[in-house]
Design a protein around this ligand. Structure first.
Ligand SMILES: [Zn+2]
Length: 188
C-alpha cells in the first residue's frame, strides 16, 4: 500500500465547500517543534482530514492522526515507544473574522488560519498537545539494574542537599545573633 505525503498547504475555504477528504503521511523528522520532545524522529504520522461547513457557516475540519513516537522514558532515560492517536474537531477562524463564529460549540476548538492552511503545523499542534507529560515504561520494565539503587548512600546525598542551600543562611543568622542577640532561633 503506497502512502502519499500529506499536502502541506490546503485551500481550506475551498476544501470546506467541497467537503473534501484528504489523507496521507507526514515524516516525523519534518516536525521540528515536536522533534525536541522525541528520543528519535523516525517514522511518519498518518493523517486524515475531513472538511465541512456547519449550520452557522463555519468552516470545519476533523483531524485524525496516528503514529508511533519514540519518547524518552522519564525513569530510565531509555527510548520508550508510544502509540499515539488523536482526534479533533476544529473550526477555522480566518484573520478577518471578528469573533462572529464565537463562542464555539462544546468539543470544538479553534484553528487560526489563512486561506492556505499549513496543515503540517496543525497536525504538529495536535501531537504536541497529546504528548504524555511523563512518558515511561510500564512498571518493572525499565532498564534499571537493582544495584543502581543499592549502591547509593542516601544519608550522604541528603546531607549534601541539606547543607548547601542553608550554609549562607546559617552564616547570616550567626551575624544577626552577634549584633542583635535576640533573633537567633538557636537560643529557643
Ligand atoms: Zn524506562
Amino acid at each position: 500500500m503506497s502512502q502519499y505525503i500529506f499536502p502541506r498547504r490546503i485551500d481550506v475555504r475551498k476544501a470546506s465547500k467541497q467537503e473534501a477528504k484528504v489523507s496521507g503521511t507526514i515524516p516525523i523528522n519534518q516536525l521540528f517543534r515536536l522533534g525536541s520532545s522525541l528520543h528519535n524522529s523516525t517514522g511518519e504520522v498518518f493523517v486524515s482530514m475531513r472538511f465541512s461547513k456547519d449550520e452557522a457557516d463555519r468552516s470545519l475540519v476533523e483531524i485524525e492522526t496516528s503514529c508511533n513516537l519514540e519518547l524518552t522514558c522519564q525513569r530510565c532515560l531509555e527510548v520508550v515507544k508510544v502509540n499515539m492517536a488523536t482526534q479533533a474537531r476544529l473550526a477555522m477562524i480566518f484573520p478577518e473574522a471578528k469573533g462572529d463564529y464565537l463562542p464555539l460549540p462544546d468539543g470544538m476548538e479553534a484553528l487560526l488560519t489563512n486561506d492556505q492552511c499549513d496543515t503540517w503545523e496543525a497536525v504538529e499542534d495536535e501531537l504536541i498537545l497529546a504528548l504524555p507529560a511523563y512518558p515511561k515504561h510500564p512498571d518493572g520494565n525499565c532498564n534499571l539494574p537493582c544495584s543502581t539503587y543499592s549502591n547509593v548512600n542516601f544519608a550522604e546525598l541528603e546531607q549534601k542537599d541539606m547543607t548547601k542551600p542553608f550554609s549562607d543562611l546559617l552564616r547570616l543568622l550567626n551575624n544577626d545573633v552577634k549584633e542583635g542577640d535576640s533573633h537567633g532561633s538557636s537560643k529557643e
